[in-house]
Design a protein around this ligand. Structure first.
Ligand code: RNT
Ligand code: ZN
Length: 422
């Protein structure tokens, strides 16, 4: 068994190895501890929410597959599960709520009627456990979204309903930000689109633009919230046309000073968003990431440490943009232990950043500036076999969270004691 002393010994050797190449491991870990990731509440119950006692997905927009037992059925269960997840993740992180996760006291409260009072319990909980909150309007899983259009619907009454909903949500976000003393990011994603070839893309996009203008004309004081808008290339049932495409929202964000949200699963399956970071940040001040993993037509597999996440983290670190990029998670897979997936995905994201922070970025840049592309490539190649795992384990140890595969038995224990009895 790995003891604390072995972890420290291994770390000390790793520290020397990195020092030889000019990398300060302590500095990298300090920078990592400044990164606050927004954990998505919807991982805990497959995007179900608590609108009605037996809230289930319905009415368009999002699909989750799998039926793993033990999902959170109440606000209390979800909070308990989230606390468990937080206890297995090093660092201090945020929690990202969706509007359907309000506490409605058993009453039927329609989306355009939700307000601050429904989220007071969440704010108290966040204060209690010392975290900050982010927020999202829920423009899916609702009869008024069932026809495939919300803010870009040709039906004025449907549009009005969703505009009211998003305005309410921005108010709630502002309230959260004020109460918790940290700007709350409000992200807007809508499912609008068509399965097959549309002939009138124009009107839907024109309508979406005017709905957004109306939504954002309401300004909240104090400015305790920030607006993000999330694009998508295609979804299940919107393969041929998504109204809120990348170009649409990028244009809107630049013109109206909003934050573009890049979901890693929302682009062409082989398209990387890493290269978009230094481009986009020339024109907007901030970015929001939805860290996810696309697999074929699904955009939301559990995040692992893969090439795409590594490339994204590297680009953020190399662009010195850690303060400009908000990092949130967005995946849901109901076929595996939900707390396990939460923790795995968050830890994988943190690992990607640690790896990026452990690169000899000054040396790499110097080689590039000298035109020594062999040295640049050789250094990048060398970094792949540096003892990264030793630094990661030490970071977990110092943050008093479980190290390595100890995570598995910990999650299993919680399943046996808690989620397995649901
Ligand atoms: C959907 C978007 C969106 C949602 C969440 C639940 O394709 O990625 O971010 O996953 O709002
Ligand atoms: Zn997303």
């Amino acid at each position: 068994m790995t003891t604390d002393t072995t972890i420290e010994k291994t770390y000390n050797l790793a520290k020397e190895k990195y020092a030889e190449i000019g990398v300060d491991t302590q500095k990298a870990m300090d920078a990592l501890s400044e990164i606050s990731i927004s954990l998505h509440c919807w991982q805990g119950d497959d995007v179900g929410g608590f609108e009605t006692p037996e809230a289930e997905l319905g009415g368009g927009g999002i699909q989750v597959t799998g039926n793993y037992p033990g999902k959170a059925r109440t606000v209390d269960e979800l909070r308990k599960d989230a606390e468990k997840a937080f206890s297995l993740i090093p660092g201090n992180h945020r929690f990202n709520l969706h509007a359907i996760y309000g506490e409605f006291g058993g009453k039927q409260v329609d989306r355009n009627e939700i307000s601050e009072e429904h989220f007071k319990g969440w704010i108290d909980w966040a204060k209690d456990i010392g975290i900050k909150l982010d927020f999202n309007a829920t423009c899916f899983s609702h009869p008024k979204a069932a026809d495939g259009f919300t803010l870009s619907s040709k039906d004025a009454s449907i549009r009005k309903f969703w505009i009211e909903h998003v305005i309410q949500c921005r108010g709630i976000a502002s309230f959260m930000g004020k109460e918790l003393g940290s700007d709350c990011i409000h992200n807007l994603w809508i499912p609008d689109g068509m399965k097959d070839i549309p002939v009138d893309r124009w009107t839907h996009r024109e309508l979406l633009k005017s709905s957004l203008d109306e939504i954002f004309s309401t300004i909240f004081f104090p400015h305790t919230m920030k607006d993000a808008i999330e694009s998508k290339l295609f979804g299940i049932g919107s393969e041929a046309f998504v109204v809120g495409s990348h170009e649409f929202y990028l244009g809107y964000a630049i013109t109206n000073k909003k934050i573009p949200c890049y979901d890693l699963g929302h682009f062409h399956p082989t398209e990387s968003i890493a290269d978009k970071i230094s481009s986009t940040l020339q024109f907007v001040d901030e970015l929001l990431l939805h860290v996810s993993r696309g697999v074929r037509w699904d955009s939301d597999h559990t995040v692992i440490l893969n090439d795409e996440n590594k490339a994204v983290a590297e680009e953020i670190v190399r662009a010195n943009a850690l303060k400009k990029v908000h990092i949130a998670l967005d995946f849901f897979d109901a076929s595996l232990n939900r707390i396990g997936a939460w923790v795995l995905g968050t830890r994988a994201t943190l690992k990607a950043f640690l790896l990026a922070l452990l690169q000899p970025n000054d040396k790499l840049k110097q080689a590039e500036e000298k035109g020594d592309y062999f040295a640049r490539l050789a250094l990048l190649e060398e970094m792949k076999t540096k003892p990264f795992g030793a630094v990661w384990d030490y970071y977990c140890l110092k943050n008093e969270v479980v190290v390595g595969e100890g995570l598995i038995s910990d999650v299993h224990r919680y399943e046996k004691d808690v989620t397995g009895n649901r």
